[in-house]
Design a protein around this ligand. Structure first.
Ligand code: FAD
Length: 435
C-alpha cells in the first residue's frame, strides 16, 4: 500500500493530525492497535487553545455540545479538621475573547467525533486492530493479527503514546522522571449543580473533581507511591470515606461505585524527548512528551502538536517543498511551548508532593496572591490555556512569595490580546515564504 502520510496510533493526537491533513487533500493511512474502545481513563479536559483548533477543523459546536463547560476551578484548602481554611479561584474568564473556558469531554467520545469527521474523507484510510511494529527507510511495517503488511509513504508520524515505536526507530532516547505519588482515578455520578472544577487539599491529601457531561464527574485522588495494593484490600466504603471527608457534596454519589475494579491507578511521569523530528519521521503527543496530569495538559499538548505538524505537512505537500528538513519547523514552534507547560505542570505537582504543613501554607499563600494580582492571574490562565506564553519573572516570584505587594490594576483587554499567539507565531514558515 502507498500513501503520502502514514500515522501510527489513533489516539486524540493522531486523529487530530489525520483530520487536519485529510481536510487539506493529503492521503493518509492510520494504523491503530486497538479494535475497540480503550478501557482506561485518559485526559478529558480541553483547554481553550484546543477549542480554537477544533473550531478551525469545524468541530467546535459538536464538541462543546457534548462537553461540560468549566469557567472556574475552585481551589479549597482544608484544615486538619477538614474545615475550609481558604478558598481561591482560577478563572478562565480573565482571558479575553471567545476561548475563555475549558471543557470536559469523555475521552472516547472525543475520539469518536474526530474519527467520524476524518472518515468522511475518501483520502483517509483507517486500519483498526493494526499495530506498527517498525520501519524500513520508506516503509512502515504493520501487523494485524497474524497478517503482516507494509505501507510506503513520504512521511511517517508516530502518535502511539508513551511507548512509541516511531520514537524508538528514530533513536530518540528519553529520560523519565517519576514522582513520589500516584493517583486513584475514576468517574462516577455527580449532583447536577456541581459544574465547576474543584481541587480540594489538606496539608497531606488531594482530591481533584472535574465535572463531565451526563452528570458524571472525573476524580483524581493522590496516594503515596506503593499504597495502592494495601488500599485495594480495604472495603470500598474506605474509598467512599476518603472522598466524602474532603468533598461532602459527593456523599450519596461516590457510593454508587461499588467495586474497586472500576478505580484505576494512574502513575504520573514526566519526560521530554530531546527532538521530535528525524529525516521524514516525526513524533507528536505522548510519544514526544509526558506531563504530570496535575494541570490537565497532556491531551491538549497532543492536539497542539497535531495542529502545527498537520498545517506544516499540508503546506509542504501543497507547495511541493517536501524536503524533510522542512519538518524542523514543527519542532521549532512546539518545543519551547511544550517545555514551558511541562515545567509548569511539574511545579504544580511539586506543590502537592510534600505532606507538610509549611508547604500547604506556602501553596495557599501563592494561590491567594495569584488571585489578588490580576497580572499573575492572567499569566497563569494564559499559560494553562495554550493561547499564549508569558513566563513569570523575578517580580512575579517576589509577589508570590509575599516579599513585595500585589499589583491591583488589571491589564487592558488589548494588552492581554497582544500576548496571544498569532497566526505568524503558530505557522511562521507561511508568511516568510519559506515553504
Ligand atoms: C492511564 C492514563 C491516564 C491519563 N489521565 C490523564 C488525565 O487525567 N488528564 C490529562 O490531562 N492527561 C491524562 N493522560 C494523558 C493524556 O491522556 C495523553 O496525554 C493523551 O491521551 C495523549 O494523546 P496521544 O494521542 O499522544 O496518545 P494516546 O492517547 O496514548 O494514543 C496513542 C494511541 O496509539 C495506539 N498505539 C500504541 N502503540 C501503537 C502501535 N505500535 N501501533 C498502532 N497503534 C498504537 C494506542 O492504542 C492509542 O490509541 C493520561 C494518560 C494515561 C496513559
Amino acid at each position: 500500500m502507498k500513501t503520502q502520510v502514514f500515522i501510527s496510533g489513533g489516539g486524540i493526537g493522531g486523529l487530530t493530525l489525520a483530520l487536519k491533513l485529510v481536510q487539506r487533500n493529503v492521503e493518509v493511512v492510520m494504523a491503530e492497535r486497538l479494535k475497540a474502545k480503550a478501557p482506561t481513563y485518559k485526559g478529558e479536559l480541553l483547554q481553550p487553545k484546543s477549542l480554537q483548533i477544533f473550531e478551525g477543523l469545524g468541530l467546535y459546536d459538536e464538541i462543546t455540545a457534548r462537553s461540560n463547560e468549566i469557567k472556574v476551578l475552585d481551589m479549597l484548602e482544608l484544615s486538619s479538621s477538614l474545615q475550609v481554611r481558604d478558598q481561591t479561584f482560577m478563572d478562565y474568564s480573565v482571558l479575553p475573547g471567545k476561548f475563555n473556558a475549558a471543557f470536559m469531554v469523555h475521552h472516547e467520545e472525543l475520539k469518536d467525533i474526530l474519527l467520524k469527521a476524518a472518515s468522511e474523507y475518501k483520502n483517509f484510510h483507517y486500519m483498526s486492530g493494526t499495530s506498527c511494529t517498525g520501519y524500513t527507510e520508506n516503509t512502515a511495517l504493520l501487523k494485524a493479527g497474524k497478517e503482516k503488511l507494509e505501507v510506503e509513504a513520504e512521511f511517517f508520524f508516530g502518535a502511539e503514546g508513551r511507548a512509541s515505536v516511531t520514537r524508538k526507530h528514530m533513536e530518540v532516547d528519553i529520560k523519565q522522571t517519576a514522582y513520589n505519588h500516584h493517583f486513584l482515578t475514576v468517574s462516577f455520578p455527580r449532583p447536577e449543580t456541581f459544574t465547576d472544577g474543584q481541587i480540594i487539599s489538606t496539608y497531606n491529601r488531594f482530591l481533584g473533581l472535574f465535572p463531565l457531561p451526563d452528570n458524571q464527574v472525573r476524580s483524581v485522588y493522590l496516594i503515596p507511591e506503593g499504597d495502592y495494593k494495601e488500599l485495594k484490600e480495604k472495603p470500598i466504603s474506605h474509598f467512599h470515606k476518603l472522598y466524602t471527608d474532603l468533598a461532602p457534596a459527593m456523599d450519596g454519589y461516590v457510593q454508587q461505585l461499588t467495586d474497586w475494579k472500576k478505580i484505576q491507578l494512574m502513575i504520573p511521569v514526566m519526560f521530554h524527548a530531546p527532538s521530535y523530528v528525524r529525516d521524514n519521521k516525526a513524533i507528536i503527543g505522548d510519544a514526544a512528551h509526558a506531563v504530570h496530569p496535575m494541570a490537565g495538559e497532556g491531551m491538549n499538548m497532543a492536539i497542539q502538536d497535531a495542529d502545527i505538524l498537520g498545517e506544516l505537512t499540508a503546506d509542504m505537500i501543497e507547495n511541493h517543498k517536501k524536503n524533510p528538513e522542512n519538518l524542523k519547523w514543527y519542532e521549532k514552534v512546539r518545543y519551547k511551548r511544550a517545555d514551558h507547560v511541562i515545567q509548569l505542570s511539574h511545579l504544580a505537582a511539586l506543590a502537592y508532593s510534600y505532606p507538610f504543613k509549611p508547604v500547604s501554607f506556602l501553596r495557599q499563600k501563592t494561590f491567594e496572591r495569584m488571585e489578588e494580582d490580576p497580572i499573575l492571574h492572567f499569566k497563569q490562565m494564559l499559560n494553562v490555556s495554550g493561547l499564549g506564553m508569558w513566563k513569570e519573572n523575578v517580580r512575579d516570584r517576589f509577589i508570590q512569595g509575599g516579599i513585595i505587594p500585589v499589583r491591583l490594576r488589571d491589564l487592558p483587554k488589548k494588552s492581554k490580546e497582544l500576548r496571544y499567539y498569532t497566526r505568524e507565531d503558530d505557522y511562521p514558515w507561511k508568511d516568510e515564504g519559506l515553504i
